[in-house]
Design a binder for this molecule. Structure first.
Ligand code: RTP
Ligand code: MG
Length: 138
């Protein structure tokens, strides 16, 4: 049984020309791309996507950042896809948590500008896929 996860290449990843590098790592891991699009993120979608962080001090700058330029939204499909993508992404803080060899560990310096998002649970994945790809069916 495979599962699906929602991945975003955030505005820093797109602006820095890292779309190909990140997709290469996803494919090398064995995860399949089930849907993919580049989009300008509206404030409404951004706020819904990061709703769990609404009360956090960094929420305003997080919304400003995620709406600052195009993002690439991807649905991945595979065995343990949620954990597998978070493994290749690396921890949230790209220096203190993400290890070398991970996307964040290799290419990022600051927690806000950590290049990628990946759903953190089956419930989040279901909610986020419905938000970013309302017509998605496997
Ligand atoms: P994401 O949701 O983007 O996949 O990242 P994550 O699960 O690893 O981290 P999460 O705790 O969900 O935080 C969401 C995003 O908010 C920004 N952040 N900034 N300044 C800060 O202390 C701080 N903490 C988090 C990061 O861009 C993080 O990915
Ligand atoms: Mg998260």
């Amino acid at each position: 049984m495979t599962e699906q996860t929602l991945v975003l290449i955030k505005p820093d990843g797109v602006a820095r020309g890292l779309i190909g590098e990140i997709i290469t790592r996803i494919e090398r891991k064995g995860l399949k791309i089930a849907a993919l699009k580049q989009v300008i993120v509206s404030e409404e979608i951004a706020v819904q996507h990061y709703a769990e962080h609404r009360e956090r001090p960094f929420f305003g700058s997080l919304i400003e950042f995620i709406t600052s330029g195009p993002v690439v939204a991807i649905v991945l499909d595979g065995e343990r896809a949620i954990a597998a993508f978070r493994q290749i992404a690396g921890g949230t803080d790209p220096v203190e948590k993400a290890v070398p060899g991970s996307i964040r560990g290799d290419f990022a310096l600051e927690t806000q500008y950590n290049l990628v998002h990946g759903s953190d649970s089956p419930e989040s994945a279901k909610r986020e896929i419905a938000l970013w790809f309302p017509d998605f069916t496997l």
